[in-house]
Design a protein around this ligand. Structure first.
Ligand code: ADP
Ligand code: MG
Length: 240
């Protein structure tokens, strides 16, 4: 579903992705962890070309991400993205936030988009807030709306970049629970997170990045109990 072949990216002199090769299968749940500044956000932002690359290639569901002929609207419709900051439109209700992309990009009739949005709000356990505004919601609720919005285009892949890092501790689980149920439904997911309980429970694979390099990848079982690289061991000793 997602394929990185010898991907290299620089920000000026900073070699932020160094020869990254990675294959992610349909339905796979992959967790990416690693120290701050190691290139995790950059890596997942390359998947829908929020960041261009300078060398190598990335394909998503058969589309070459960096080929100028690729239909970016189609590519981005297949890839939902949830950020650390929820980025909801403050002047729109929850429901309006969720129906925006399907009505504007897919030209779906308002009633149909609204019905789908209500189903998604039920899925993220927040149907009662459909007519509230983002400022009236807690961080955990806003992030669940952001997930519903990400799902509204019926994507094949969901990317999460530290979705719980900006949340108060008591709200983290309500967001992780929604992500877990998505994972169990077979969604292809790439999640940058340091929530190692989540990784243990639902990840098929955990990837460790450091300094722009993909250092190690393994099943959660092996990754946590039998880390290979000293850098991985050092990182795990700090966060576990
Ligand atoms: P992570 O998500 O693992 O914390 P990032 O992918 O955000 O790491 O950043 C990797 C490196 O690239 C960091 O050193 C960061 O400062 C740098 N970086 C990220 N975005 C930019 C940018 N737009 N311009 C220049 N440097 C950047
Ligand atoms: Mg980051």
């Amino acid at each position: 579903m997602i394929s990185f072949k010898n991907v290299n990216k620089w920000f000026g002199d900073l070699h932020v992705l160094q020869n990254v090769s990675l294959e992610i299968e349909k339905g796979e749940v992959v967790v990416i962890c690693g120290p701050s500044g190691s290139g995790k956000s950059t890596l997942i932002r390359c998947i829908n070309r929020l960041e261009p690359i300078q060398k190598g290639s990335i394909s998503v569901d058969g589309m070459d991400v960096n080929d100028p002929r690729t239909n970016m609207t189609q590519l981005r419709a297949e890839v939902g993205f949830v950020f650390q900051q929820f980025n909801l439109y403050p002047h729109m209700s929850v429901l309006e936030n969720v129906v925006l992309a399907p009505t504007m990009v897919r030209h779906m009739p308002k009633a149909e988009a609204g019905a789908i949005a209500m189903k998604l709000l039920e899925k993220v356990n927040i149907p009662d807030k459909a007519h509230a505004y983002p400022s009236q919601l807690s961080g955990g609720q806003q992030q669940r709306v952001a997930i519903a919005r990400g799902l509204a285009m019926q994507p094949k892949i969901m990317l999460f970049d530290e979705p719980t890092s900006a949340l108060d501790p008591e709200m983290i689980n309500e967001v992780l629970d929604v992500m877990k149920s998505l994972a169990r439904e077979g969604m292809t997911m790439v999640c940058v997170t340091h929530e190692m309980g989540f990784a243990r429970e639902v990840a098929d694979r955990v990837i460790f990045m450091d300094g722009g390099l993909l250092i190690e990848q393994n099943t959660p079982e092996e990754f946590f109990h039998n880390p290979q690289s000293d850098r991985t061991k050092d990182f795990l000793s700090k966060i576990l």
